[in-house]
Ligand binder design. Sequence first.
Ligand code: NAG
Length: 337
Amino acid sequence: MVVSSQKAMVLWALLLGLLLVSPLANAELERVEHAAKADGSLSFLVVGDWGRKGLYNQSQVALQIGSIGEKREVDFIISTGDNFYDDGLRGVKDPAFHQSFSDIYTAPSLQKQWYIVLGNHDYRGNVEAQLSPMLRKMDTRWLCLGSFILIAGPQMAEIFFVDTTPFVSNYFIDPKDHVYNWKGISPRLHYINNLLLYLESGLRESTAKWKIVVGHHTIKSAGYHGNTHELAIHLLPILQAYHVDLYINGHDHCLQHISSTDSSIQFLTSGGGSKAWRGDVNNRWNPQEIKFYYDGQGFMSVEMTETDVDIKFYDVFGNAIQANFFCYVNVNCLGTL
Ligand SMILES: *[C@@H]1O[C@H](CO)[C@@H](O)[C@H](O)[C@H]1NC(C)=O
């Protein structure tokens, strides 16, 4: 433990050094566009931590995503990662792609574009397969580009998808019995450094009404994994500096909403796509910050107009979860932020 944290400190000192001396990168993150509705509004769903071939209620949650997707006339779906358990995809021909994705999210309302980030479990398999255009040929809904920018509206929202797994030191210095595929990541510090520069330049140039960042790992969480230290240090200051409205993640298999007293960023977890009910909740979280916590399966909907963002959480039965289950003081979790 001591050795690990010393190693981590050395790594982060190196990273900071790189950040200070790096010239401004001129490359950019890939951009994709998605038109808003005729009235300019946007509606989308977010699900995370799901790929279990239908097991652990994945199929039940999928059914409800389909039904809410229809009611809310969703424009697209976001996955917060851990797309295939336990060890990602073995290759582009891995039947898990169909068993956990194409054959599960079959509702007509879900035949929309899916914008997808990778989770730590995806890095235990063939990452290149998930990033490959071959998957898009097999199922045109699939769009997983590592880190990229979704321009929605075009002026309503810019959604920045950030590949967060390479930030987490423990996967590198203490991987336990897991084997991670870092082929596209090495050298790691260079990868992270460039990613942060590209993200910052994208946020700086953004003129959209709402700025959203999506990553697999938590920044703030009262769940099993808790906060991700590396993201709090390296990613959060950028989100604060450029007035990001929402940070959306998975990783903890729950639904939660945390706000912070030092910025207006809302931290939203949607990681209930399949296995849940871990029973690990940090009840000592500052009650001023934690607005909602549901230790179970489900997903999240987001609707945006020029003036409002409306967030709702749904359980495995498709019921909007009321604010009285593990919800803390004074905020109507179902209302406008
Ligand atoms: C599936 O959902 C039901 C209803 O919430 C729950 O009782 C059951 O334990 C869940 N099954 C699993 C494997 O999580």
